[in-house]
Design a protein. Structure first.
Length: 272
């Protein structure tokens, strides 16, 4: 009973922070996504590389975190696309070049592998947070779109859990997540599509009903893949939770794993 209460309270705080970030303007949303990026990169690197064992490793980790912050902040510096793209390219190229150079001074046996983990942490966590900032603006449509994305992610988890618990018999991906079922997947899909239909009627400056149904389907798929990808990360390193940051929920990656994939899909669909 105590665990349920703790899990519920921490979940409420997590949702409240997200809602505040979405509806309190660009600075609040930038702060929210930057914190997600920093905590996610730190957690990912602790899982894959362990604690920094030398000053050069500590310096490399700091450089990774600086790159994560720079990616998030650069998306808010320019309104003209050409300058925005140029600034992001400069950040990424500078980050990769310096990170490669720093690895030359790391005398540990895992120096080469650690470069790969560092770059992957930026691609996996910081880039999706950059994309969220890229399509956020101080307009009702932008805020409601991002809110709808979060709601779809949450409903996908809820639908998959409820339907899977009641009817789940056919394993969806037993190698990575033995508890996930096809029945649960389709339950989450119904919830996401339902959210898309609701968004069609509730959000001003709306897209077509077909577009919202396609969006709900895409978020369901991407959320599931994002969850499975993080499961693969944890299984490959023999851990159950990515961390202990959020009481009753695990680490930050356990909470944003679906978001990391869904933000890519949202950006692509917006471009299309």
């Amino acid at each position: 009973m105590k665990n349920v209460i703790v899990r519920s309270l921490s979940g409420i705080v997590y949702i409240a922070l997200i809602l505040a970030g979405i509806f309190c303007g660009k600075i609040a949303f930038l702060a929210l996504t930057t914190v997600f990026a920093l905590l996610g990169v730190i957690e990912f690197q602790n899982i894959t590389m362990g604690k920094a064992a030398s000053p050069i490793q500590a310096l490399s980790r700091c450089w990774d975190l600086l790159a994560a912050v720079s990616l998030c902040m650069a998306s808010n510096l320019y309104t003209q696309p050409q300058w925005l793209i140029l600034s992001e390219l400069i950040v990424l190229i500078s980050y990769i070049l310096v990170r490669f150079i720093l690895s030359l001074y790391d005398k540990t046996p895992g120096a080469f592998a650690n470069v790969g983990w560092s770059v992957l942490s930026i691609a996996y966590i910081a880039l999706p947070m950059f994309l969220l900032n890229l399509f956020y603006s101080d307009t009702d449509y932008s805020r409601y779109l991002i809110l709808t994305m979060f709601v779809m992610i949450w409903l996908n988890d809820t639908g998959a859990y409820c339907v899977g618990s009641l009817l789940g018999k056919h394993r969806l991906f037993p190698r990575l997540s033995p508890k996930k079922s096809w029945e649960g997947f389709f339950g989450g899909l119904v919830f996401c599509v339902g959210a898309g239909i609701g968004a069609f009627y509730l959000i001003p400056e709306n897209n077509s009903l077909i577009a919202w149904i396609c969006y709900g389907t895409a978020i369901c798929l991407l959320s599931t893949w994002g969850d499975l990808f993080e499961s693969m990360l944890k299984r490959s390193h023999g851990i159950k939770d990515s961390g202990h940051l959020i009481p009753g929920h695990g680490g930050i990656l356990d909470r944003i794993d679906s978001l990391l994939f869904a933000s890519w899909g949202t950006f692509i669909l917006l471009c299309l």
